[in-house]
Design a protein around this ligand. Structure first.
Ligand SMILES: [Zn+2]
Length: 341
């Protein structure tokens, strides 16, 4: 019996040393330490032995089992290590390689321009007044001195809702009436930024939705001089302290007199280039003294109060500054465009 055990041990150990991979190691374990291996059968056979033999053989069989198990563990460890080394070498893990950067969001170019506009006017004491985007015909046109059938309405192609008299605002100007009715008879100095909608044929220059920043000042001693001074100061804060401005007579139904303001072309410095069409000037906003009818509709007595208003387009300013040729880029969500800001 003892001889047989020695033989088993010798054979198992020799066989174990020859094992070269995990698969054959597992096969070895089944063959020499499994339930039906010769060694385990020896334990089953112990009960058939004599009282004297049993402890001797039992003890020896246990020693062999422990020796085989510890050698098995050692070889298993060694194989795992060498497998890992092989994998590392074969797959060429380069720990010096840079990680993938997490994509970071950033502000939309229009938002950046809007914030600059807010900053410039905030420094001059203007507050931001938010007004609704869905408006009534009354606020969008009538109270702004454009009664039904007024030819000036043709300037704004309008999205009407299925509810009669309710539309998407075509400009931020209805906010003028809201803010006047809320604060009358207090003096007012606000900007009214927000989205406007027009039923336009979409092209490189026209979109169906865009931002506008309206401005309104109402008080007892407000003159055209205040309008020109404030807007010239705004242009300097926005485009640089040296920038020149000019006002050209224009017409809007809700202001009288009305003007458009140009700034000296900041691309060519006034010499003339493709962006300013050779004129040296860029038109950036429309403005004027608030029409007496509009003041009265807001609750102010036009004999006692005066005011000025203006409106500018943040997308247009962004386009001029960054040489953007097509307004449709603002809404196409093309990362190649957005990443540049
Ligand atoms: Zn120019």
């Amino acid at each position: 019996m003892l001889e047989k055990l020695k033989q088993i041990e010798k054979e198992a150990l020799a066989s174990l040393q020859a094992v070269g991979d995990q698969e054959s190691l597992q096969q070895w374990k089944v063959k020499y330490l499994g339930r039906s291996s010769p060694l385990m059968k020896t334990f089953d056979a112990l009960k058939e032995l004599s009282k004297e033999e049993r402890p001797v053989i039992g003890k020896y069989a246990n020693q062999i089992k422990q020796a085989l198990e510890s050698t098995y563990e050692g070889i298993s460890d060694r194989l795992r290590q060498s497998d890992l080394a092989t994998t590392l070498q074969a797959e060429g893990l380069d720990v010096t390689l840079q990680g993938r950067p997490a994509p970071r969001g950033r502000l939309h170019p229009t938002t950046l321009t809007l914030r600059e506009i807010y900053r410039a006017f905030a420094e001059m004491g203007f507050q931001v007044y938010r007004s609704r985007e869905v408006e009534t015909d009354e606020y969008n046109f009538e109270l702004l001195n454009m009664p039904t059938h007024h030819p000036a309405r043709d300037m704004w192609d309008t999205f009407h809702t299925t509810t009669p008299g309710v539309l998407l605002r075509t400009h931020t100007s209805p906010g003028q009436i809201h803010v006047m009715r809320q604060y009358c008879p207090e003096p007012i100095r606000v900007i009214l930024p927000g989205m406007c909608y027009r039923y336009e044929q979409v092209s490189a220059r026209k979109e169906t939705q865009f931002n506008q920043v309206e401005g309104l000042a109402v008080g007892q001693d407000i003159t055209m001089g205040d309008l020109k001074g404030t807007l010239t100061d705004f242009a300097r804060r926005m485009f640089g302290p040296e920038v020149r401005t000019r006002f050209r007579a224009s017409h809007f139904p809700f202001t009288e007199p009305s003007a458009e303001m140009d700034v000296e072309c900041f691309i060519c410095g006034g010499i003339g280039c493709a962006v300013c069409a050779g004129s040296g000037w860029l038109e950036i906003l429309g403005c004027g003294m608030v029409h007496p009818v509009v003041l009265r509709n807001g609750g102010y007595d036009p004999h006692k109060y005066m005011g000025y208003a203006f409106g500018l387009g943040p997308e247009r300013i962004t386009m001029l500054r960054h040489h953007i040729q097509d307004i449709r880029y603002f809404w196409t969500n093309d990362m190649r465009f957005l990443e540049q800001f």
